[in-house]
Write a new protein. Structure first.
Length: 148
C-alpha cells in the first residue's frame, strides 16, 4: 500500500454548497433563501433566546428579593456536645486539634462554638468566637474560653 493509494471513506467528504453562482448551479438568484422575509436577509433570524413571541422566561420569573452580603464571615460551627464526644478532660481545644479530629473541614475558616448539648469535661477552648450560652456551659464545667 502506498500513500497515493489512500482515499477517504465513501460518503465521509462532501463538497461545500456554492450559492449565488447562477441559475444553472441550482442555488442562484436568491441563493436558496427564498424570496423575502427575516430569514432571507443577511444577519436575519431570531436570537438564541427567542421564544416564538411569548413572554420570555427572564420576564416571567420574579426578581429575587433581598441581597447577599459579599463580606459576610462564614464560621465553621462546633457544638459543645461535639467537644464532649471528641475531647478528654483537661484538653486544649483549638483550630488545629479540631481539624485533626475531623470536627471542622478546613483550618482556614474561623470557628464558632455553639451551646447545643451538655459538657462535663474541663476544657481550654481557644477559638474565634463562642456564643454566650456556650461560654457559660464551658465555664460551668470548669473550663475556660479564650477568644481573640
Amino acid at each position: 500500500m502506498q500513500m497515493s493509494d489512500l482515499s477517504p471513506a465513501p460518503g465521509s467528504r462532501k463538497t461545500r454548497r456554492r450559492v449565488g453562482r447562477g441559475h444553472g448551479s441550482g442555488n442562484g438568484g436568491r441563493s436558496g433563501r427564498g424570496d423575502k422575509g427575516q430569514l432571507s436577509r443577511a444577519g436575519g433570524g431570531k436570537g438564541p433566546h427567542y421564544e416564538g413571541g411569548q413572554t420570555p422566561i427572564y420576564r416571567r420569573l420574579p426578581k429575587l428579593p433581598g441581597f447577599k452580603n459579599r463580606f459576610r464571615t462564614e464560621y465553621a460551627i462546633v457544638n459543645v456536645s461535639r467537644l464532649e464526644a471528641i475531647y478528654s478532660d483537661g484538653d486544649v481545644v483549638d483550630v488545629d486539634s479540631l481539624h485533626e479530629k475531623g470536627a471542622i473541614a478546613s483550618k482556614l475558616e474561623p470557628v464558632k462554638v455553639l451551646a447545643d448539648g451538655d459538657l462535663t469535661k474541663k476544657l481550654t477552648v481557644k477559638v474565634d468566637k463562642a456564643s454566650g450560652a456556650a461560654k457559660d456551659k464551658i465555664e460551668k464545667a470548669g473550663g475556660t474560653v479564650e477568644t481573640p
